[in-house]
Design a binder for this molecule. Sequence first.
Ligand code: AMP
Ligand code: ZN
Ligand code: FE
Ligand code: FE
Length: 297
Amino acid sequence: MNGAGKRKINKGGSQMKVDLHSHTTASDGVQPPAENVRLAKQKGLQAIGITDHDTVAGIPEAIAEGKMIGIEVVPGIEISSAHEGVDIHVLGYYINYENKDFLDRLEKLRDVRDLRNQMMVERLQKLGIEITLEEVNARKPARKKGENIGRPHIAEVLMEKGIVDTMEEAFRQYLGREGKAYVNPPRIRPGEAIQIIRQAGGVPVLAHPGLYNLDEAVIDLIENHGLPGIEVYHPDHSEEDEERYRQIAERYQLIITAGSDFHGERNGDVFHAPIGTKTVDYDVVNRLKEWAKTSSG
Ligand code: AMP
Ligand code: ZN
Ligand code: FE
Ligand code: FE
């Protein structure tokens, strides 16, 4: 995982590392933003990205904690979109997270999210499972503006009721793409997610492309929608995935990012992986900042 260009050397003499993908209680992570930042500091990282689904609500707390304990926080987001029914996630870095238009736009995306939760609960009810939207929403009792609920919260209720034993089972049986309660209302297209991020002054980066099996669409986003970056290193990528996307990144001179996609621990399982398991050199942070300054908007 080498970045090109100037290198920052830390006291141990090795290259400083950053993890650019993590979730907090602002979306479907288990830990509050400050805790992700503390974990990153413990792991010896130089910077940590906070990239919650369709919200920037966790960023201020993370930045405040980072200042206090001395670690850089990269403000980010992970926007949910869909290409022919397949969920495509677009990361955005250095978005202007206080911009009114951007925040309004995110609120609309979260409305679709709420609608989808409701539709999934209705499907579960039709399957004879006693579950209500209130029970799902109660997983996040003091929900502040911007904080949202997703499928993992529905899964938690299914586990609590003993309907499934694990998160994996909840997704396999009910909530995942092949699951019996799966629904996906119309979402924005990935090209629109890229636009929203650019308009907010940020850098769009395609999240975990290896999870989609849609490489033609990936190339289309690069060639026709101005996608400048790609998450080559992710816990769910195989070595072949990494190699393939590294080559694509080289061919189009994209910014290569990495992230653990940390969500914390549910029922003993860490999804996707602990903070710091996938990292790139700190140079990537400089490239993201540079791109946001010169190319976005
Ligand atoms: P949503 O944002 O509501 O579409 O839910 C997607 C989220 O569900 C992902 O970002 C993961 O956090 C989580 N997820 C997806 N598949 C699984 C799985 N098999 N086990 C646990 N969590 C999962
Ligand atoms: Zn998630
Ligand atoms: Fe994702
Ligand atoms: Fe994620």
